[in-house]
Design a protein around this ligand. Sequence first.
Ligand SMILES: [Fe+2]
Ligand SMILES: [Fe+2]
Length: 294
Amino acid sequence: MHGKAASLHDGPLRLFHLSDIHFGLEDRRALDWAKACIEREKPHAVAITGDLTMRARHPEFRAACAWITALDVPVTVEVGNHDIPYFNLYERFFAPYKRFKAIERLVESQLDLPNLAIVPLRTTTRAQYQRFPWSNGWVTDHALDQTLAAIDALPAGTRVLVAAHHPLTERRADGKLLTINGTRTMEVLAGRKVLGILSGHVHDPFDLTEQTPAGPLRMIGAGTLSLRIRSTPPSFNEIIIAGDSVQVKARNLEKVPTPAMQIDAVPENALPPRQPQEPVAPVATVPPVDPPVH
Ligand SMILES: [Fe+2]
Ligand SMILES: [Fe+2]
């Protein structure tokens, strides 16, 4: 049933937005719980906004693909910076998605639900001449054109959510470059009146509205289901769409309320905050050190 539309109905749509599972460093307890929620509650769709693996290794992909293909709901999967082979440069440049073989029809696939489309936007690149390492986002002109073409091909009046791995924030408050071409992309998507953009990468949830010259843009981030937590326990987003209203709940096993889970500024990456001024959610479950990856 992957990739197919849910049955037609007029009621609210419910999505589960998962991100940064990072097989290789997955939180098994959180992952089992998320899977049980999906099986029991049967959301209309699941959007997974990238970083399926920790090091893009074959066993990590096998585990990720097995977990995802067992989900009996429509699924779309974005590609994260951790999912591009890092050590095998031939694969990185010439066959970066080869290891997604078992779920290739779900990768960057558009989901068409009743009067709602989830449209992918690629933010991960094989190389970035502007900087190294290449872990942050870059919306290339080609990637943006593809997303806009998909949106413009939808029947008039279709509601749109865009799914990407990196938040689109282009610069941190201190000017550091985050997602290249993010500002322009946000403005163009706001001009298309999308309901919001779903992303991952920073491992803390957020629900922010950015003002652009073309109008407001809702930016919805999901936390992680891995052990590599930043400042909040593992979580996923439940998103309810009714008409043009979008409600976001950051669900977690610890039952921490959503406002205490969400950060109010987009950090640079998923690393636990080390400086006092770095954005931290109120719950602030900051690990002393990152868990080792074996
Ligand atoms: Fe991640
Ligand atoms: Fe990432």
